[in-house]
Design a protein around this ligand. Structure first.
Ligand code: ATP
Ligand code: MG
Length: 256
């Protein structure tokens, strides 16, 4: 059975896609079978995995509205060695169309069940909103990974996300839990980063992942080559951190 995780945070630009793509590549490097699900109409995870979002035969949009299956739409990321259920702008339309459909919050969950036996992990890259799309992600998942920058405003908005997760847990998906907060784009030279990081550990204890992802320019450069940072420059600090994070995730689910 695949373990399914959402990478979510309704704040924009906090490192969700970078985390989803590089965790997928990190896990693949550790021999895990991974499906990366792009649930964002921006299609950044799709492009970052080296798949051209402008030339898709089928995408997650068709899957959600019931026009195609996951197995018909998925593609192999040759640069990351994992499969991708790709997305592009068409997905923005699903937001409205889903409202009219049966079982609207659970359409992704139902669709992913088809390929469940083929993967060890499925990672869902959520858009920066607590929308119907994100709700579909949360209903499909066993857990949520929340990437956070260690800055003054990081905690603002976290309570909205935590409350949404609690509601989904209570009403729609009893399996759902917060797996952990991941500190990303970390700059150890900044006192504020250190302080916020310590605060996170104090408040959230072992819900904070041990691995810290540093700010690293190679991770930011990689998407323009259609490659996960983990494959683009494996010896970079950022790539190594994401492989270590992959190992931490494998370790965590072993104790489930
Ligand atoms: P959105 O909310 O728009 O989906 P996001 O949360 O998915 O954004 P990313 O796209 O992953 O965020 O990252 C935002 C920007 O920060 C990107 O330009 C990315 O390359 C850069 N970035 C992410 N993580 C790092 C890092 N560890 N070091 C340096 N740059 C990073
Ligand atoms: Mg993103």
């Amino acid at each position: 059975m695949a373990r399914i995780f959402c990478v979510a945070n309704q704040k924009g630009g906090v490192g969700k896609t970078t985390t989803a793509v590089n965790l997928a590549a990190g896990l693949a490097k550790l021999g895990q079978r991974v499906l990366l699900v792009d649930l964002d109409p921006q299609g950044n995870a799709t492009m970052g995995a080296g798949i051209n979002k402008a030339e898709l035969d089928g995408s997650i949009y068709e899957v959600l509205v019931g026009l195609a299956t996951v197995s018909a739409c998925r593609k192999l990321s040759e640069t990351g060695r994992f499969d991708v259920l790709p997305a592009n702008r068409e997905l923005a339309g699903a937001e409205v169309e889903l409202v009219e459909l049966d079982n609207r919050e659970k359409r992704l969950k139902t669709a992913l069940a088809e390929v469940d036996a083929e993967y060890d992990f499925m990672l869902i890259d959520c858009p920066p909103a607590l929308s119907m799309l994100t709700l579909n992600g949360l209903c499909a998942a066993h857990g949520v990974i929340i990437p956070m920058q260690c800055e003054y405003y990081a905690l603002e908005g976290l309570s909205d996300l935590v409350n949404t997760i609690k509601k989904v847990h209570a009403k729609l998906n009893p399996d759902l839990r917060i797996i952990g907060l991941l500190r990303v784009m970390f700059d150890p030279r900044m006192t504020l980063s250190q302080q916020v990081s310590a605060q996170l550990e104090q408040h959230f204890g072992d819900k904070v992942f041990k691995t810290i992802i540093p700010r690293n320019v190679r991770l930011a450069e990689a998407p323009s080559y259609g490659m996960p940072g983990v494959s683009f420059d494996p010896s970079s600090k950022g790539a190594q951190a994401y492989v270590a994070f992959g190992a931490e995730m494998v370790e965590r689910i072993r104790s489930w």
